[in-house]
Design a protein around this ligand. Structure first.
Ligand SMILES: [Zn+2]
Length: 199
């Protein structure tokens, strides 16, 4: 026997979310069913807003409320520093460390060995565009301390080997295999402060 269509539809949709299987989706649907209608409305609005009220900053490629984003247009930031991260959430983690005053570039992923020859998803073109700004003196590579992060850092260092910009990376101190957005602000700020020079 099946659930009424509206309930079954909610279960089906919820079960498409990452790490949510049919049983969890069923639990979510019943939980939502018990909540007041206005709460569900708020949730639905928040989900719709993800598409309607967000954009990508054309300069740094971050997910943002405006294009260009507030960070790219903030005149108080140190424009000599550009920090490259894989995802917008890594930028947020570094911002929360309170130790970084420069600008960012979001690469939109990292390079894995499997798709090393297909880099179309990465915002490398936009990064090169950002690097045309003569005030940039240092590029900080801030990727997760894993194989993909390593591969990406080496790729970018090689790509930019002939530029005048010095390239640094976060200090090792982040636990291997950990991800940046899970590191505590103290660890991140230490990794940033003790960054090492690649070029
Ligand atoms: Zn931006």
């Amino acid at each position: 026997m099946k659930y009424p269509p509206a309930l079954q539809m909610a279960i089906d949709r919820l079960s498409r979310l990452p790490t949510v299987g049919p049983k969890t989706a069923e639990r979510f649907a019943f939980y939502l069913l018990r909540r007041p209608a206005n709460e569900i409305q708020d949730l639905a609005t928040a989900l719709l807003d993800l598409h309607q009220n967000l954009t990508h900053c054309q300069r740094c490629c971050a997910i943002a409320a405006a294009n260009p984003c507030s960070l790219c247009t903030d005149a108080t930031r140190n424009t000599a520093l550009l920090c490259v991260v894989a995802e917008t959430k890594d930028m947020i983690a570094l911002e929360n460390s309170g130790q970084y005053q420069g600008r960012y570039h979001i690469l939109n992923g990292t390079i894995s060995a499997i798709q090393a020859d297909n880099l179309d998803h990465l915002t490398i073109k936009q990064l090169l565009q950002q690097l045309r700004r003569p005030e940039i003196k240092e590029l900080i590579l801030a990727f997760n301390p894993d194989v993909e992060g390593e591969t990406t850092a080496l790729y970018l260092a090689k790509l930019l080997s002939t530029s005048n910009i010095s390239i640094t990376r976060l200090a090792r101190g982040l636990p291997a295999g950990a991800s940046l957005d899970y590191a505590d602000p103290m660890t991140l700020s230490h990794a940033l402060h003790n960054r090492s020079r690649i070029k």
